[in-house]
Design a protein around this ligand. Sequence first.
Ligand code: HEC
Length: 110
Amino acid sequence: MKKIAFLALPAAFALALTTTTALAADGKAVYTDSCAKCHGDDGKGATKMGTKLGARDYTDAAVQAAFTDDQAFKSIKEGMKKDDKTLMKPSELSDDDIKASIAYLRAFKK
Ligand code: HEC
């Protein structure tokens, strides 16, 4: 028992180190952390929050064609509103993380 714990500890530590470094501009990790609760793990926006706020289906090519990467960047960075309703709050992510999450979102397109 003792021996296993002794061996597992450095391995867990190494794993923690690699995941933290990879997070910097890992689109999937950023997306899962900051976007999936509304846009869904599959990009369809069928989550509780996504349905409530009217998130579109990002597997739909027409939805993807409705905005440019620059527009998406601005909407995420500065936030997005419709009338008085906040759809997305201004993001605190770094510019690189925002770009990585957009690239990840683009890949949902069927
Ligand atoms: C609080 C819920 C919520 C979160 C969190 C959220 N979004 Fe959104 N997002 C929305 C809603 C609602 C809209 C407006 C409807 C739509 O376009 O799907 C939207 C719109 C968008 C758009 C379209 C922008 C445009 O100008 O048309 C993109 C791209 C987008 N989100 C990407 C992201 C990414 C990437 C993240 C994570 C960094 C994220 N969203 C986080 C709810 C959210």
